[in-house]
Write a protein that binds this ligand. Structure first.
Ligand SMILES: [Zn+2]
Length: 83
């Protein structure tokens, strides 16, 4: 399993309060497979959800925080092909 670390295009130093998880459907369930998560502050919650929806994924917002993860960090669990 490949895990890719990336960041969203914005730069933000606000405190992360949410993990916006991205799911792809499996067997007809919208939250079938956890594909990625973006860690964001409250003002970047909507851009993160929109980003996953643009990729055809179902966003789910979970509480996060307490760590040092910067806003806009992405952890991608999807297999990367050809990289
Ligand atoms: Zn932010």
């Amino acid at each position: 399993m490949t895990i890719t670390f990336a960041t969203m295009s914005h730069h933000c130093t606000a405190t992360v309060t949410s993990a916006v998880e991205a799911y792809s459907p499996v067997d007809g369930r919208a939250h079938g497979s956890l594909d990625a998560a973006a860690y964001v502050c409250p003002s970047h919650l909507q851009p993160a959800r929109a980003m996953w929806e643009e990729q055809g994924l179902t966003p789910y917002t979970a509480k996060a925080g307490g760590g040092t993860t910067p806003c806009g960090s992405i952890t991608d669990f999807r297999e990367t092909v050809g990289s």
